[in-house]
Design a protein around this ligand. Sequence first.
Ligand code: UTP
Length: 610
Amino acid sequence: MADGWASSVPNLGKNLSFLSPKQVELAKDLVEMGQSHLFEHWSEPGVDDDEKRLFLDQLIRLNESYPGGLKSYIKTARELLADSKAGKNPYDGFTPSVPSGEVLLFGDDDFVQYEEVGVREARNAAFVLVAGGLGERLGYNGIKVALPSETTTGTCYLQLYIEHVLALQEASCRLAEGSCQAKIPFVIMTSDDTHSRTVQLLEKNNYFGMSSTQVKLLKQEKVACLDDNDAHLALDPHNKYRIQTKPHGHGDVHSLLYSSGVLKAWHEAGLKWVLFFQDTNGLLFKAIPAALGVSATKQYHVNSLAVNRKAKEAIGGITRLTHKDGRSMVINVEYNQLDPLLRATGYPEGDSNCETGYSPFPGNINQLIFEIGPYLEELKKTGGSIKEFVNPKYKDSTKSAFKSSTRLECMMQDYPKTLPPTARVGFTVMDAWLAYAPVKNNPEDAAKVPKGNPNHSATSGEMFIYRSNSLILRKAGVKVEDPVRQVFNGQEVEVWPRIAWKPKWALTFSDVKRKVSGSCSISQASTLAIKGRNIVIEDLSLDGALIVDAVDEAEVKIKGTVHNKGWTIENVDYKDTSLPEEARIRGFRFNKVEQLEKTFTEPGKLTLQS
Ligand code: UTP
């Protein structure tokens, strides 16, 4: 017999007898929240009963994984959808201006000093990789962290990150007074789209040398999709007994760190810093030591890493927003909102470059460093929920219907939006060539990026690593020949010598300078891979390919002239499906014609002289 509330949805009322009390309770709440449509199509009892129970179990999960439950989700959705329909500007009343922050030039004294402080602090840090995204723009069939960051050594992103954390851990411990057993925690936020493949990648590769107890995976749940402005939850088009769900965005990382107890455990263990970063940036660890040094020196509660940004480049701009009522905050403004905001507030040119050739607003690369104490205190108040947004694609200008279902989303960089004015929120700007090489776009879209702006593709992601390593060696005194320009997959890029090294070889500029001496030169056609820890280069003239590896206990000096036919670069057609996807999406592969490859397996002082 159906209760009063259930009689309004007869198809649900008939089915209550085989549902658990918890399932009935949620069904009742949903009806009261105006979600009766979820049950209207239910069949007679005895038909699809298991599916109906699974449907309610899914709703229970959605209810429990969202702070405040579905009630809160639907309420916020209705408010945000109404604002969106009314065309309300989220920055109404705010005026943008260029904020001031720490600007570092690679290799300067300040930079070198901050790097030293950062390495010292690293043993008090934890690292969090957000890797739950679908990567729709890239369209790669695997998970993004499994992609090679560069194909000279074939090191995938996850391996690169783990090796960097391990190298930092060791370097930091070396600077500690007394014994140091630090094991820097490494958290990966996954989602249903990436979780099992991330576990497989780690297990197949023995956690890339990290202890498995150091790594923790936190899986984010998706959120319910919404069919209309009344926030009616969307049924899955392929199964009427499922709710359609989509990712909620990387902002979930805050509530997960809080609800899992991980953040509290780090605080109790005396850790001081948490560093957040994204799945495909092969250069980010070049910026981490100095940026962490800035956080420690300036005592920033929040430090966002930024780079020079080209106007209209698809990264947000760090902006000071001052409200008419006097409030002020330094925050990331998404690239698609920066242009209209500027135009509406007295900058008729909108998002444009200034005399430096860059936008005056530094580009946010979403690498964030938080001080754990104040962060935990804040999350105790908020539970880690982050200001959300909604981005429906409307059918027409009446904005009364959507082209497809939408959902609420949140971004991890919006965390400072709710902080009090007393919070120490800063940012650190570094050279883009040093710190930023994301892989987000598929070749076709990357080829359409306006000339002069970075393509953010697998092609540019790899080439930027070589450019950065070449420029670092140049700054350390090596004569590195100029690059040539070449087109791969329709994108013109600079091709520098293909130089790669393991993080344990050099983490900071001081490390590089210690390991390179005399008069060294590297031609544009060269390939250089340094895989061992204690390898020094002295008076080396390289024109060809040189690959050196050595056990940690071997001290190897490389001297003299290495001249061979080297590795040539072959263009690869994106559409040639007979080739591996990893090569196709970058548009090139190496032809290993000739090389000098040397592996030192015995301890001792050794010299490679040719
Ligand atoms: P991106 O902006 O690259 O988004 O995310 P994406 O979802 O991976 O790719 P597109 O937009 O579909 O092309 C930035 C970072 O945030 C992570 C991504 O894995 C990436 O490291 N992310 C994104 C999450 O962890 N969860 C999400 O829900 C979304």
